[in-house]
Design a protein around this ligand. Structure first.
Ligand SMILES: C[S@@+](CC[C@H](N)C(=O)[O-])C[C@H]1O[C@@H](n2cnc3c(N)ncnc32)[C@H](O)[C@@H]1O
Length: 311
């Protein structure tokens, strides 16, 4: 039998030796996961210097060793924390990142006094983290909402389905850069062209010229990382174009992007009469990480094609 504080120190040592960024926080997450308790409850056990049985210590040690090989922690424990939710993750599907929570927060603030009902599209949904967080929060705020979450990768769509099963979210496996493909996958969306209240997206956006080098990030699939062109803007620009076609006049658009894309995306949306008020939003580190814009009310959307100027 070993004291929980000793076990946490042991795990911390393993992780520090492997150059893991936050060994203290990760050690606590691993121990809480094996004990099946919250981080808050772990604090109580630590204060009481609770003794752990040999089986728990063995499981914790195995996880610590696996993490020391730089396997992402989220794959080891099967979940990622996102906006207060425990989102299921699996190898082959992008692990949601904490910086994306700003997108959820900003969208919620935009609709804070909206009575609903809302119709929201989450393009490139991955695990469905954004859709699940928005659905959960809007439900808590009594704002009736229907969401659609779209990903081109079947494995991601399956996981998104599992993560959003308790909410009013329909998950589709389709190419979000092509609304014909989306409508083929979900014909019920055809009448919703130019009817959607919000389009949110965290698409792949990394420039192919600057591949990721952090080991954990390299475990994410290329399909989730790279933006389809040398500078990484090809897919984000197509997503913005698609958002314009889905949104109702006055609709809200917010998309995460590479920190090098801020000016280019704001310029592109400023030059497009479909948009007004394009602006950059920073992430928690102060990097320009999101573009946000409003679908121009004076531009008449057409149901099945790109927007055109009102006559
Ligand atoms: C950066 S990940 C973001 C996942 C999720 N939105 C999040 O924030 O955690 C990008 C996602 O876009 C998906 N994707 C890539 N190209 C796509 C396309 N053309 N249509 C739909 N999804 C696409 C990938 O499979 C991946 O799940």
């Amino acid at each position: 039998m070993t004291d929980v504080n000793q076990v946490i120190r042991l795990v911390q040592n393993h992780l520090s030796q492997a150059d893991i960024d936050s060994p203290q926080a990760e050690a606590a997450t691993i121990v809480a996961h094996v004990l099946g308790i919250s981080r808050g409850r772990l604090g109580v056990l630590r204060a009481l210097a609770e003794r752990l049985d040999a089986k728990a210590v063995e499981q914790i040690t195995q996880l610590a060793k696996a993490r020391a090989t730089r396997t992402p922690l989220q794959y080891l424990i099967g979940t990622a924390a996102f906006y207060g939710l425990e989102v299921k993750v699996a190898p082959g599907v992008f692990i949601p990142r904490v910086e994306t929570e700003i997108l959820v927060e900003t969208t919620l603030r935009h609709f804070a006094s909206h009575p609903g009902p809302l119709k929201i599209l989450d393009l490139c949904t991955g695990t469905g983290a954004i859709a699940a967080a928005l659905a959960e929060q809007l439900q808590q705020r009594n704002i009736p909402t229907q969401l659609w979450a779209i990903d081109i990768c079947p494995q991601a769509a399956q996981l998104a389905d599992e993560n959003t099963t308790q909410y009013n979210v329909s998950v589709l496996c389709a190419d979000a850069t092509d609304h014909h493909n989306v409508i083929t996958a979900a014909p019920e969306l055809a009448p919703l062209r130019a009817q959607i209240d919000a389009v949110v997206a965290n698409p792949p956006y990394i420039p192919t010229t600057t591949p990721v080098t952090q080991y954990e990030a390299e475990q994410d699939p290329d399909l989730a990382l790279y933006g389809g062109s040398a500078d990484g803007t090809a897919i984000p620009l197509r997503i913005a174009e698609q958002a314009a076609g889905w949104l109702a006049p006055g609709g809200f658009f917010m998309m995460e992007h590479d920190h090098t894309h801020a000016q280019q995306l704001v310029d592109a949306l400023t030059a497009d009469p479909a948009w007004e008020q394009p602006q950059t939003v920073k992430d928690l580190t102060g990097a320009q990480r999101f573009v946000m814009a409003i679908r121009t009310p004076s531009v008449k959307p057409t149901p099945n094609s790109s927007p055109t100027l009102a006559q």
